[in-house]
Design a protein around this ligand. Structure first.
Ligand SMILES: [Zn+2]
Length: 219
């Protein structure tokens, strides 16, 4: 009897633990502990061994609330979706995406919302290998529309790290841009800066390798 009852309940709990456990929702801990969990998810992803995700059960559990411990500002690149890259579940990541992980006021406002209203304690700024936005910015510095120009404008300062004639060196600009964005979101947000100063928020700089699927912490 107990085994029969426990069997059903335990299977249900395992699914829930599996879904919540792979991400960071409500798990707490230091920024380093959060990062360790993110990297564990990344290793599951790159090894092709994702955790079981009971999307239906978690979706229902999150109907009226969300407390994602991690916010991610990443590039819009179709090959770098944070939920896949970190093998995260529903409710685990508050994701803000723009080509070149640019931190315009809407992106920063979104991050402020995550920190102030949802309780996120870690922001991951994630760029990636062979980023098309950085390549566009550092190749010509010119685009076909004012909107595309606006997209590459924040990246241009990082292009000074490279030789425009040497695309293989653009990785230096990609990494520099990640660092600049991480600094800018604090410089341009009193709310985020205050949270960081008070030790309530940690900004992590990360780089995703298209070749390996691995995420590396830069700072
Ligand atoms: Zn990109």
């Amino acid at each position: 009897m107990f085994r029969a009852v426990c069997g059903r309940i335990c299977v249900a709990l395992l699914f829930l633990v599996g879904s919540f456990g792979v991400g960071q929702q409500s798990q707490g801990g230091s920024a380093d502990a959060v990062w360790t969990r993110l990297i564990a998810g990344n290793h599951r992803f790159l090894n092709g061994k994702p955790a079981p995700h009971d999307l239906t059960a978690v979706r229902k559990a999150l109907t009226n609330t969300q407390h994602p411990q991690v916010a991610v500002l990443s590039c819009s690149d179709s090959r770098v979706p944070p939920e896949y890259v970190f093998d995260a579940g529903l409710g685990d990541l508050f994701v803000v995406r723009a080509a070149g992980e640019d931190d315009d006021p809407i992106s920063i406002g979104s991050l402020e919302y995550a920190v102030e209203h949802l309780g996120s304690t870690v922001i991951v700024v994630m760029g990636h290998q062979r980023c098309g936005a950085v390549t566009a910015a550092c190749s010509t510095g010119k685009e076909e529309s004012v909107n595309l120009e606006a997209m590459i404008a924040p990246i241009l300062p990082s292009c000074s790290k490279t030789d425009r004639a040497q695309p293989q060196e653009f990785d230096l600009a990609i990494r520099d841009h990640i660092h600049r964005v991480a600094q800018d979101i604090l410089a341009n947000s009193e709310l985020l800066r205050k949270s960081s100063t008070e030790g309530k928020l940690t900004v992590i700089e990360a780089y995703y390798s298209l070749d390996t699927g691995e995420v590396t912490r830069l700072r």
